[in-house]
Ligand binder design. Structure first.
Ligand code: PRX
Length: 629
């Protein structure tokens, strides 16, 4: 995309009741924003002062493009802010986690209990030889133990790499290998819609030939308990037996890595995004408090899995740093029936609800009679993340779920940004279709390819102009890839999204400017799906594009050139789908496969997915001067 283009903008807006703003932590957004950018260091320092540190910083920020350090030389441990701070300051018996399983099983865990379990598991990990800086891969279903494992790593300074439990064995293998994980923490199975999905066997496949993995820790949740066979397999709870109850927090430098989280890119394998302890803590704490406006009595439910950045930031670290009560659930939105989520909101008096547009659109299709059966009066703030919340979905969410009283935050951000970057602060006018304005402390803009701001109504590239505390620090094993983010558009952070601004500075996200697909709110690299397809013996070449889908945002279409000697057949399509499912997981499965004889390419042999997409959608392919024929 190089030409600027005009976008027709709707001007509809909704204003929440004035009391929302009056009672909010932020108060007046514009005042907070102006102050924050006048002196960003003072802004972030004030936030950091609310948290506990072993030693304070010498300087708030050090910026040597494209490398930032935040809270320089400060010493801390994020778990002290997520656990100890509450246990020793009046929240000891407050509920930290409420978990609901796929089969309706419930667990309620207080801050004291979570603190105890984390320390014991941390000591268990130590007994396996895990220490500061070691990488631990966590590949688990959405159960409390997944969060306990994450926090236990943080407690002892190990770097966690959580891999979403829906990924297949190849995706898991490449992530274990890239991070050189010493330990894999997993479970026997996850449950989905009453069906048992075996996770352990996927791990077994993924670790074949691994030179780094020393132990596999298995949570055995199913009855009868599965047997552990080899010496490298140990039971999740057994490693917690006989260890010390207390585990002193490892003293971490603010710039030490806290975790790696893999996200799909345009080319090649997934990128290991690295976040640092101090800045990430400050950024997620600030946005949980000020954007979700989280208060002491709130019950927050973020429907993501901790295996995604949304779960890291707004299930685990942000809300726990706030001392909040968090609901987590393994349930799917329509099982056993499409009322299950609304039932949980009523049952647990959920006040802050954070979900994805794809779920909202699914509920719209199922009909408002489902939510209308339940009392949703506890809801106070609604959020959305992962892809644009289209105006129709906004209106439905606002009217049917929020009963026209809840502010809706369409939050734009990324694995790389660690925290919300754009949204509409509670109490400010909301514009359906727009993510909103930058979070205080964030300098965002829509620019052309030279970095010049484009006028309102003209599309361009979304950039962040200044560093922020929870920005990624590098791409694991690939710092060059990290530098590219800051070197492609006038030394700004280039998000890879297209956007447009209106006269009031509200930003609407138009989609990716590269070949990353957003399927049901999940980032999928076209290159990753293509390489999974090409690894099948019948495939000579593959190209993958995203097609607009009313429910999922993008749906995946694959174009396949077969090897000599193979003929197109329906059965082959099924084989290929199965192959992708086993390699990458169900989320990366194409919805459509077409066998073709050739693919549009540049003279240098790069597939022009843009041209394929234009053909598919009957649109103008734009500049095709580099097309070979
Ligand atoms: O294209 C944007 C889209 O998701 C991408 C980031 O994906 P990921 O790193 O997986 O993080 C998702 C959860 C934070 C972005 O580059 N995206 C995310 N939120 C929105 C969005 N697009 C439009 N509106 C949003 N609110």
């Amino acid at each position: 995309m190089s030409d600027n283009f005009d976008v027709k903008l709707d001007t509809k807006s909704y204003l929440p009741d004035p009391s929302v703003k009056e009672d909010s932590w932020m108060g007046d957004y514009e005042k907070a924003y102006d102050e924050s950018v006048k002196d960003p260091e003072a802004h972030w320092e004030k936030v950091a002062e609310e948290l506990e540190w072993f030693e304070k910083w010498d300087r708030v920020r050090e910026w040597e493009h494209p490398y930032a350090k935040w809270f320089v030389n400060a010493k801390m441990n994020i778990t002290c802010n997520c656990l100890d701070r509450h246990v020793f300051n009046g929240r000891k018996n407050k509920v930290a986690l409420i978990w609901v399983g796929d089969d309706g099983e419930e667990q309620v865990i207080t801050y004291r209990q979570l603190y105890r379990e984390v320390m014991r598991f941390a000591n268990g990990l130590k007994s396996l030889g895990v220490g500061r800086g070691d990488r631990v891969c966590i590949y688990m279903p959405l159960v409390p133990e997944q969060i306990i494992a994450m926090l236990a790593c943080a407690r002892i300074g190990a770097v966690h790499s959580v891999v979403f439990g829906g990924f297949g064995s190849n995706a898991l293998r490449s992530r274990i290998k890239d991070a050189q994980a010493k330990i894999v923490v997993t479970a026997d199975a996850s449950l989905r819609r009453g069906k048992r999905l075996d996770l352990k066997s996927i791990v077994d496949e993924a670790v074949v030939g691994s030179s780094s993995v020393e132990k596999i820790v298995v949570l055995r949740r199913m009855k009868p308990q599965m047997e552990l066979f080899s010496e490298i397999e140990v039971d999740f709870y057994e490693i917690m037996e006989g260890v010390e109850k207390e585990c002193e927090p490892e003293v971490m430098d603010a710039e030490d890595p806290l975790f790696i989280l893999y996200t799909s890119g345009t080319t090649g394998p997934a990128k290991g995004i690295v976040h640092a302890c101090g800045g990430y803590m400050v950024g997620t704490y600030y946005t949980t408090k000020n954007m979700f406006d989280l208060k002491e009595g709130d019950v927050m439910w973020c429907t993501a899995d901790p295996g995604w950045i949304t779960g890291h930031s707004y299930i685990v670290y942000g809300p726990l740093a706030m001392g909040a009560t968090i609901l987590i659930s393994e349930t799917t939105p329509d099982y056993p029936d499409p009322g299950v989520w609304w039932d949980m909101i009523e049952e647990f008096d959920v006040t802050v609800f954070y979900t994805a547009p794809t779920a909202i659109r699914m509920f719209m299709k199922l009909g408002e009679e489902w939510p209308n059966k339940y009392n949703l009066g506890s809801l106070r703030v609604l959020g959305s993340v992962g892809e644009p919340l289209n105006p129709e979905a906004f209106e439905w969410y606002y009217r049917v779920i929020g009963k026209e009283k809840c502010p809706i935050l369409d939050t734009w951000w990324q694995t790389e940004t660690g925290m919300h970057m754009l949204t509409t602060a509670v109490g400010e006018p909301m514009k359906p279709g727009f993510a909103g304005r930058p979070v205080p402390g964030i300098v965002a803009d829509v620019v052309d390819e030279n970095g010049e701001p484009v006028p309102p109504g003209t599309g361009g590239f979304l950039v962040i102009k200044e560093p922020w505390p929870s920005m990624m620090r590098t791409v694991y094993n690939n710092d060059e890839r990290y530098r590219q983010y800051w070197n492609s558009i006038n030394n700004y952070y280039a998000a890879g999204d297209l956007a447009v601004k209106d006269e009031d500075g509200y930003i609407m996200i138009l989609g990716r400017s590269d070949d990353v697909l957003i399927v049901a709110g999940h980032n999928i690299g076209s290159a990753e799906v293509e390489s999974a397809l090409v690894s099948h013996e019948v495939v000579a070449e593959a190209a993958v594009i995203g097609k607009p889908d009313p429910l999922k945002g993008d749906s995946i279409k694959a174009f396949i050139i077969l090897r000599m000697g193979y003929e197109p057949a329906e059965k082959l399509k099924l084989d290929l789908l199965y192959h992708v499912r086993m390699n990458l997981g169900p989320i990366a499965m194409p919805s459509e496969i077409e066998f073709v004889d050739s693919l549009p390419k540049t003279r240098s042999g790069k597939i022009m997915r843009r041209v394929l997409k234009a053909q598919e959608l009957g649109m103008d392919p734009g500049d095709v001067s580099t097309l070979e024929e």
